[in-house]
Design a protein around this ligand. Structure first.
Ligand code: HEM
Length: 155
């Protein structure tokens, strides 16, 4: 077993926990909260779940990035980023960048301003759910095309 195989296994493990978690929050937790609780309660329950998941997701996103770039280095595949054929490599890095920004920049900023009262919790939960659906769809599509791409489907 070589370092590339180990890096690949670690990469996929982190992706499973991270994107699997996003899927669980989006498909199960958010709709359940919407159905069961009052608007006032919805926001605080969502914050509780999302904050706990964010801690785990941060580690997974960092591990996915390290293992991903380590594979690019081992494969000496930097030139893939200049070729359209490897659009799935661009998609992986884009998903990674979006989550890095969301978890390490946007969320802490929102948490800081969260002390201020949210005047429209219903609207903000709706927007949160929509954003999660878009991000989850893009992430799952990326997983799909990355497996195809890594196994030679596009050349
Ligand atoms: C910094 C971000 C990332 C980098 C640099 C990166 C890099 C890589 C590399 C080099 C490979 C191996 C390609 C090959 O064998 O030819 C790979 C495989 C893969 N990556 Fe990423 N990746 C990143 C993020 C992601 C994300 C966010 C996802 C999921 C949304 C993802 C999902 C996958 C999948 C499913 C494979 C295919 C594994 C296989 O079937 O062998 N990666 N990645």
């Amino acid at each position: 077993m070589n370092s590339l195989t180990i890096a690949r296994a670690i990469h996929i493990l982190s992706i499973v926990v991270w994107i699997g978690g996003v899927c669980f929050v989006t498909a199960i937790i958010l709709p359940a909260i919407k159905l069961q609780f009052s608007f006032a309660q919805q926001e605080s329950i969502f914050q509780l779940v999302e904050n706990r998941f964010a801690k785990l997701a941060k580690w997974m996103v960092v591990i996915a990035g390290i293992s991903g770039f380590y594979m690019v280095y081992l494969l000496d595949a930097w030139d893939r980023f200049f070729s359209l054929q490897f659009f799935w490599m661009h998609a992986m890095v884009l998903v990674w960048l979006i989550f890095m920004l969301a978890l390490f920049v946007v969320e802490p900023l929102l948490a800081k301003s969260h002390g201020a009262h949210n005047s429209n919790p219903e609207q903000s939960l709706k927007l949160t759910l929509r954003l999660h659906i878009v991000l989850l769809t893009f992430s799952l599509l990326t997983v799909f095309v990355s497996v195809l791409g890594a196994h030679g489907a596009f050349y």
